[in-house]
Design a protein around this ligand. Structure first.
Ligand code: ZN
Ligand code: ZN
Length: 413
């Protein structure tokens, strides 16, 4: 039995530290029906905190699967106007958005990848305006995870369902610090550490980072005026929120035209209900020119085919190999967890807020500064215990940033 008290603490943490819900602010929650018990706790606490409205977008994996199996393509690719309008209604009202997710890595494994790709693209296009609110931090948003039976059984393959779910709750509580006496204070301290790493890197203003490890030898050019971020974000009114729980990363924007070399993924990537594993990509002048995958080659191919920006990078993130998530030694098959256990990059759209003045720039100006645009933003993991990273200064000198998967520098002073 998962302790009620821990669930209550987790719900409070998600509302206060996650989206930082304010009095008289609306809250929109994405949740699966399997997570209804926890979502009801979150909703109750949101009302108690003075939310003016709590709206839930319910989903159900089994119904999603049925739709992918049976619906004509025109239904999968036609996102009704009212669905877009509903999202914008809440965004324009300044609502907070909380996504309560559970991974389901194999859900769509028997569905034609081309169908999935078309559906994803259509929804990406339909939600373009709404996504701007998220990608520019105009509204507070946060993603947290809770176990589902399918997910727990995937992570703990040798355990019985009940036991697996309980074990996954325990891991999540530990990783997001809910097991600590004062999780909110623990997060403040954690955010401070990440902020110090950002300050250090922002002061250095490297023109590139060079990654070397087994299977990886790549140079990521960084645009002038790039900003390292981590440990939360701020809305235009100055309200601090944490987009991801857990988060262990500091991240910036790589120059979309200046990525050269080969990078090998160190963990499987779950995308659109399918798994891509054992893959590597080769970049030239920012563009993927070659790729291979032991598993999920077709899914990866469709992903890269989404649009022009899907073959270029939009994020570069540093995470020490010894993060609390990697210490668990588990593969979570969930990007939210796996990306916070490992250095990673994202194919597709960049966060304009990672560039000085970026959130005020139009698409053309962003492109000029090397900030990528795409319908997708898909992170994949490239960190390992043998990863060395060097920072390249303006005069071409290399300085150690990571050695053997860990920070090579201390941030004090
Ligand atoms: Zn990231
Ligand atoms: Zn990302």
């Amino acid at each position: 039995m998962v302790q009620q008290q821990l669930l209550e603490k987790y719900a409070t943490l998600a509302l206060k530290t996650g989206v930082n819900l304010q009095k008289n602010q609306a809250l929109m929650i994405n949740s699966s029906i399997e997570g209804a018990a926890f979502t009801r706790i979150v909703a109750r606490k949101a009302w108690e905190l003075g939310a003016k409205n709590v709206h839930i977008n319910w989903s159900d994996d089994q119904l999603t699967l049925l739709k992918f199996q049976h619906a004509p393509e025109e239904v999968l690719t036609n996102i009704p106007e009212w669905q877009i309008a509903k999202q914008l209604y809440f965004a324009e009202d300044g609502a907070a958005l909380l996504s309560i997710t559970s991974a389901n890595p194999d859900l769509l494994k028997d569905v034609d990848p081309a169908r999935i790709a078309k559906a994803n693209k259509a929804s990406g296009e339909a939600m373009k305006e709404f996504r701007k609110y998220i990608m520019n931090d105009r509204i507070p948003w946060s993603i947290i995870s809770i176990p589902s039976q399918v997910w727990a059984e995937k992570v703990f393959q040798d355990k019985q369902a009940d036991e697996a779910v309980e074990e996954l709750w325990e891991q999540i509580f530990r990783i997001v610090r809910v097991d600590q006496e004062d999780p909110i204070a623990a997060w403040e301290k954690h955010n401070q550490t990440l902020n110090q790493a950002c300050e250090y890197l922002n002061k250095k203003a490297y023109q590139a980072l060079v990654f070397k490890s087994e299977g990886t030898n790549i140079r990521f050019g960084l645009p002038k005026g790039h900003i390292w971020k981590g440990g939360g974000a701020k809305t235009p009114d100055g309200n601090h929120f944490n987009p991801n729980m857990p988060t262990e990363e500091v991240f910036t924007v790589p120059d979309k035209y200046q990525v050269d070399g080969k990078v090998t993924a160190t963990k499987p990537l779950v995308y659109g209900g399918n798994m891509i594993d054992g893959f590597h990509l080769t970049f030239k002048e920012g563009k993927v020119i070659d790729f291979e995958a032991e598993q999920g080659y077709e899914t990866l191919k469709h992903l890269l085919d989404t649009d022009e920006g899907a073959v270029r990078l939009g994020e570069l993130a540093l995470v020490p190999h010894a993060s609390p998530i990697s210490q668990s030694g588990l593969i979570f098959y969930s990007t939210l967890f796996d990306e916070n256990a490992s250095c990673h990059v994202a194919l597709g759209k960049a966060y304009p807020t990672n560039l000085e003045g970026g959130s005020e720039m139009d698409d053309e100006a962003l492109d000029k500064h090397g900030v990528n645009d795409s319908l997708i933003h898909v992170d994949f993991m490239i960190g390992s215990a043998d990863l060395d990273i060097d920072g390249e200064t303006e005069d071409g000198q290399l300085e150690p940033v990571f050695r053997q998967g860990a920070w090579a520098i201390s941030f004090e002073g």
